[in-house]
Design a protein around this ligand. Structure first.
Ligand SMILES: Cc1cc2nc3c(=O)[nH]c(=O)nc-3n(C[C@H](O)[C@H](O)[C@H](O)COP(=O)(O)O)c2cc1C
Length: 208
């Protein structure tokens, strides 16, 4: 029986539901009610072509049985890593709920239509800056960044800002998804869902 600090037990860790998707959705909905600016922030870990791991924060922009979606520059360091090694790990930590969620899976590109749709709803300055920033590349100074942004703002002033061809979404499949609820005296609850060949999930409780 969990005596966790969360607002509701949310999961009966001894009798977990068969499908992890609604479990994530419930935890995410609870995280979105926290007094924290980016409850959708998650660490994205990738592996470069030479086998080196790297990690950074991105924002979750869509979650379904198909996977967890985020958007970025596909020519960035993470984009190059994913082109070489299309696997990733995602990590959410909601400290105020004493929870973490770990996702591991294969990575695919989100389609052009969904990337266009998401890009179109971003503020205009964010759209311009997607063109202005060669994400992960060296830049001499703040002034140089601002000069490029101003130049592109002027170039796009008279029309719409299209999605740059190198900017778009990725989706991480839910091959492994683990829910961790902190509890007293380090006797935390953990369950892991592992997707099997037939698409169903095996569910296992893990020692903390
Ligand atoms: C709260 C927060 C949210 C972020 N969201 C994104 C995002 O959704 N997409 C993105 O490309 N970078 C995002 N970043 C910036 C990344 O952490 C990172 O600096 C950038 O993507 C370059 O990473 P890379 O050089 O490993 O490719 C975010 C950073 C923070 C702190």
């Amino acid at each position: 029986m969990s005596t966790g600090h969360g607002p509701t037990p949310a999961i009966d860790f001894d009798h977990p539901p068969a499908d992890p998707v609604p479990v994530f959705e419930q935890w995410f909905a609870e995280a979105q009610r926290l007094p924290t600016p980016n409850p959708n922030a998650m660490t994205l870990a990738t592996v470069d072509a030479d086998g080196s791991p790297s990690a950074r924060i991105v924002l979750l922009r869509g979650f379904s049985a198909e996977g967890a979606r985020f958007f970025t520059n596909r020519q960035s360091r993470k984009g190059r890593a994913l082109a070489a090694n299309a696997r990733a790990a995602l990590l959410f930590h909601w400290d105020l709920l004493d929870r973490q969620v770990r996702i591991e899976g294969r990575v695919t590109l989100a389609g052009d239509a969904e990337s266009d749709e998401y890009f179109a709803q971003r503020p205009v300055d964010s759209r311009v800056n997607a063109w202005a920033s060669d994400q992960s590349e060296p830049v001499a100074s703040r002034a140089e960044l601002e000069r490029r942004a101003a130049e592109l703002t002027a170039r796009f002033a008279s029309g719409d800002v299209p999605r740059p061809p190198h900017w778009g979404g990725y989706r991480v499949s839910l091959d492994r998804i683990e829910f961790w609820q902190g509890d007293k005296y380090r006797l935390h609850d953990r369950i892991v869902y592992t997707r099997e060949a037939n698409g169903a999930y095996a569910v296992t409780r893990l020692c903390p």
